[in-house]
Design a protein around this ligand. Sequence first.
Ligand code: INI
Length: 145
Amino acid sequence: GLRVAVVVAMFNDQITRRLADGAIALAAEYGVRDGDLKVYWVPGAFEVPTAANWAARSGRFDAVICIGAVIRGDTAHFEYVAGGATEGIGRIALETGVPVIFGVLTVDNVEQAMSRAGGKDGHKGEEAAQAAIEMANLRRLLRAD
Ligand code: INI
């Protein structure tokens, strides 16, 4: 019965689509119903916290999964984009109390990103969905006790 929002950055979408697909597939595997999972696209990783904030405060979701890929090679302001996304996502989780999960890759190049999006270094989208389910269940447990 968990309701999950997935906020996905369009920037580097050859990576973020893979991450999102993995997150969605894992959530389905763990029993999240089709209609209980919503996907929201934003321009880039910097906008992810904004939409995650809206989703977390809507009262409609038990967890929010944030997906993005910040690649150092692409930008001189890597640190700002990656730092903004990281700080924002962490802050929203603490401020709202809703699990807001960090599925944003911060890597040097596309190869590193691909290897973490279902390649030899695992699947960070699947890991993010797993973390979302664990945290949403833990929250329910702590509220019930
Ligand atoms: N956004 C990303 O998600 N990944 C990147 O690697 C990236 N680079 O390289 O610049 C990126 N930039 C866009 C940024 O997230 C915002 O969408 C943009 O600055 C508008 O606010």
